[in-house]
Design a protein around this ligand. Structure first.
Ligand code: CA
Length: 233
């Protein structure tokens, strides 16, 4: 199946290089040169993945990310210009799935695109399968349906990103076992994240806001100070 990637990047030559290279990898590409157009295309063209530059005229990348996320769970990879950790964390907080810092190699970018597409394809595929014989984890008022990539609380399905789901699943499948943030990066994110373990903290915080009654007094994902996190049995 042909996958469509939307490239939102205002520098024409970079946009051209990205769409050309992704085209060579076998993807169909769409391109937008500003945030307003990019947002419009993201919501009307239904791409399979979005590459989103941060510094854009008009609507910047953070705003586009936030607005897309209000309506769609499409994988978003932010293209950040600076090695600025605040930017990275903010990007993930707004619901981006991944980020890549310039300068990056096309090989690295292609690998990230592939990994993020694989994850979303796996999630979409299981959501299309019939709902019998499902593998679920039930804990308190939380039900984690592994096969359907679905989490519900008191019977209501929670809007959760793929990365949040994978973190929750990973912890819940080994309740009581404490994992360091480095270990979680390795297992849930799947590759070296430049040692930015705050990515884990941000994702845990977002998860808690969704699954906990009181995010400041978590019952499910517990912090073991100075060590890491674990899922409460
Ligand atoms: Ca730019």
């Amino acid at each position: 199946m042909e996958r469509t990637i939307l490239v939102i990047e205002d520098e024409q030559n970079i946009n051209d290089i990205l769409t050309f290279s992704l085209g060579k990898e076998g993807y169909k590409t769409l391109s937008a040169l500003d945030g307003v157009k990019g947002l419009e295309m993201a919501l009307t063209e239904h791409p399979d993945l979005i590459l989103l530059d941060v510094m854009l005229p008009g609507l910047d990348g953070w705003e586009v990310c936030k607005k897309v996320r209000e309506q769609s769970q499409v994988p978003i990879i932010m293209l950040t210009a600076r090695e600025d950790e605040v930017d990275k964390v903010l990007g993930l907080e707004l619901g981006a799935d991944d980020y890549i810092t310039k300068p990056y190699s096309m090989r690295e970018l292609a690998a990230r695109v592939k990994a993020n597409l694989r994850r979303s394809t796996a999630a979409a595929a299981v959501q299309d399968t019939p709902s019998d014989n499902q593998d679920t984890i039930v804990s308190g008022d939380l039900t984690i349906n592994i096969d359907r990539y679905e989490v519900s609380k008191n019977g209501t399905v929670i809007d959760i990103t793929l990365r949040e789901f994978e973190l929750l699943r990973f912890l819940a499948q080994q309740p009581g076992k404490i994992f360091s943030r480095e270990k979680l990066l390795e297992n849930v994110w799947g590759y070296e994240y430049y040692g930015d373990v705050r990515t884990v903290d941000v994702t845990v915080r977002r998860l808690r806001e969704k699954i906990e009654d009181d995010p400041s007094m978590p019952k499910y994902i517990i912090t073991k100070r100075g060590v890491g996190y674990y899922f409460n049995k």
